[in-house]
Ligand binder design. Structure first.
Ligand code: ADP
Length: 314
């Protein structure tokens, strides 16, 4: 299979509490995997498309576990750099009474944050149809930000579609720096993904229909605002569609947005219209909320098709 989608960013090992309560009291954690851009490319692979990942990992057990994971998913790891003496980042999820969850990250100075422009292979980027990255990849370090922007500029010149998710994380960087850097990426984006929360944090906009107009000013072909259980808004040209979400038994929403993005890109590669693409992405997002952790519940294409059939959506 030739490479179609490349993702670039930071993988992180996940430890999800198996019981409700504060981290200090939790005895058992379920090990999984996370990192928005890794979740994204795994979703692409599970829908039957060939993906590749660009990142740095530590020369540690967790880095090794990621390599095994990506290989088992059929993801190209030829541009994954194993950094001697570096470490792979981790995070813990605590489950709060009432269903919410909270994250604690151990990522500062991780191997992933050392990605730099010299790690970007121009021919590799040019060989794909889509390049994807996010606000988190821009935030984790200056060198990683420069690497992502180099890759985005190569993509732009080579007519490779650049897909970007704002994924605003105010813990990672000051808001004014985040806005400036994210807007630089938005100017190069062909498809923009944001959550309603991203737009509230970055611009103080509450109304998603206002928010999508702001994204369309950056001239992508397509902008998408994810609305959690309410589905998504999709804009292209002057048209704005609202596609309702699916009702499911939600266990953990971690990674739903990343899986949504991956599924949406697959819909575009299939040549589906925006309506069908967004319904498919809503289904993948919804299914991803039905299990614990970011990666394990990401559905394969067959499961998504069965789910849509059950719901009488073709
Ligand atoms: P993000 O994780 O980027 O903040 P959302 O929470 O909006 O994004 O979730 C992404 C997508 O996943 C939504 O647009 C929707 O399709 C699906 N989704 C998320 N939460 C739910 C839910 N509670 N019920 C059904 N679908 C959901």
């Amino acid at each position: 299979m030739t490479l179609e989608v490349i993702s670039i960013g930071e993988p992180m090992v996940e430890f999800c509490a198996t019981e409700t309560g504060k981290l200090r009291d939790v005895q058992l954690f379920k090990r999984g995997w996370g990192g928005d851009t890794s979740n994204f490319i795994i979703t692409v692979a599970r829908q039957g498309r060939k993906g590749g990942y660009i990142c740095r990992i530590g020369d540690d057990e967790f880095g090794e576990s990621f390599l095994e994971l990506w290989k088992s998913e059929g993801i190209d790891t030829s541009r994954v750099i194993i950094e001697k003496g570096g470490f792979t980042a981790v995070y813990f999820i605590s489950l709060m009474p009432g269903g919410g969850h909270d994250f604690v990250y151990y990522r500062k100075d991780s191997a992933a944050s050392h990605l730099s422009p010299s790690d970007i292979d121009e021919d590799y980027i040019r060989s794909a149809k889509v390049l994807h990255s996010s606000g988190i990849s821009l935030a984790i370090s200056r060198s990683c930000r420069e690497a992502v922007m180099k890759a985005a500029r190569i993509a732009k010149q080579a007519d490779v579609m650049f897909s970007f998710d704002l994924n605003v994380r105010t813990k990672l960087w000051p808001l004014d720096l985040a806005r400036k850097a994210i807007e630089e990426a938005l100017k190069l984006s062909d498809i923009i993904f944001a959550s309603a929360e991203d737009m509230r944090l970055l611009y103080g906009i509450e109304d998603p229909r206002e928010a999508i107009k702001v994204l369309m000013k950056f001239n992508p072909g397509i902008a998408v605002i994810k609305l959690g259980a309410k589905g998504c808004l999709v804009a292209s040209g002057k048209d704005v569609l609202h596609l309702e979400g699916f009702q499911v038994n939600v266990v953990d929403t971690t990674g739903a947005g990343d899986a949504f993005d991956g599924a949406f890109i697959v819909g575009l590669l299939e040549g589906w219209d925006l309506d069908r693409t967004a319904v498919y992405a809503n289904a993948v997002g919804a299914l991803t909320t039905t299990g614990l952790g970011a990666v394990e519940p990401i559905p394969k294409r067959k499961e998504v098709e069965e789910f849509l059939k059950e719901r009488n959506v073709s």
